[in-house]
Write a protein that binds this ligand. Structure first.
Ligand code: AMP
Length: 294
């Protein structure tokens, strides 16, 4: 028997099969679905996606699934923040109609041993940056997102620009699958400029102060762009200078033309530009990015 929990007016399903049935029924009733995939530990960034999905569609659903396939090590997976009770309350108060969860077994019912799951390739946009510093991460994202897309079916799916390379990869996947439509939403930040992230709760006060250097580094690159700088190497150096601080380990601070992601090195001068940063502060890894040419 399927386990169905009614969380006041929001339906909480713990089975992807039930979720698929709900989504189908919504379409049968002529409703359009806005879908927000998440890993939980929700903050205002996630909720901005939920609000937009609700406003632009007649039915809104979200998923909460901490996908083990996208974590390189078990420690990082174990440390990932979890707060289901708060997540459910926030989703409900932001107008979400249905939230679903599931286990790896439920998402891959045809595979008896979850270690046998074959990951999909993230494709060309999976190379470089996250592909280099978190090998396998974007393949793991692609593998679960493909199952989430299949579960929900035709829908508009909302992703945050905060995970910029991820938006490129999932847009490719959606295009290859023929659905859904991907909507990319702006990054929500604290007043300090620090991008909201579920991982921010893992930062000590000192670490958070260091992390607050990320946004000024992105802004410095944008200022340089506005002053005519078009050389990716020099833009990178400007960001590196802002990020040079004890206790802040920079994995990358690069500028890429999103339309020519896979060109290595990037053509000079750049025509369009996205500045992207990944740092480690203590045990916490943070990423952020900013469009320079808009
Ligand atoms: P996650 O739970 O980290 O997998 O994120 C779920 C979705 O929320 C992804 O599409 C993220 O890009 C998006 N997201 C995370 N942080 C933010 C933020 N600060 N602003 C906007 N969207 C965000």
């Amino acid at each position: 028997m399927q386990h169905v929990i009614l969380f006041d007016a929001m339906l909480h399903l713990d089975s992807p099969t039930e979720a698929a049935r709900w989504c189908s029924a919504q379409r049968d009733h002529g409703r359009t679905i806005g879908f927000v995939p998440t890993m939980g530990a929700l903050h205002s960034g996630h909720l901005s996606l939920v609000t937009r999905a609700c406003n632009e569609n007649t039915a809104c659903c979200a998923s909460i699934f901490i996908n083990p396939l996208q974590f390189e090590d078990a420690e990082d997976y174990d440390a990932y923040p979890r707060d289901t009770e708060s997540d459910l309350a926030l989703l409900k108060s932001h107008g979400c109609d249905m939230v679903f969860m599931g286990s790896l077994h439920q998402f891959f019912p045809e595979i008896s041993d979850i270690n046998e799951i074959k990951t999909l390739s993230a494709g060309p946009h999976g190379s470089g940056l996250e592909g280099q510093f978190r090998p396998g991460h974007l393949d793991g994202v692609t593998t679960i997102v493909e199952r989430l897309f299949r579960t929900v079916g035709a829908a508009r799916v909302y992703f945050g620009e905060k995970d910029f390379q991820q938006t490129l990869v999932v847009s490719d996947l959606a295009r290859d699958m023929g659905y859904p439509e991907v909507v990319v939403c702006p990054t929500v930040r604290e007043d300090s400029g620090l991008a909201l992230s579920s991982r921010n709760v893992l930062l000590s006060t000192d670490e958070k102060t260091r992390a607050q250097r990320i946004y000024p580094a992105l802004l410095a690159a944008r200022d340089a762009w506005s002053s005519g700088e078009r050389d990716p190497g020099r833009l990178s150096a400007i960001m590196m200078e802002c990020l040079s601080l004890d206790g802040l380990v920079v994995e990358y601070a690069e500028v890429r033309d999103p339309g020519h992601w896979i060109s290595e090195p990037q053509a000079t001068p750049l025509e369009h530009a996205q500045a992207l940063i990944a740092v480690r502060v203590g045990s916490v890894r943070l990423i952020d990015n900013l469009r320079l040419d808009q």
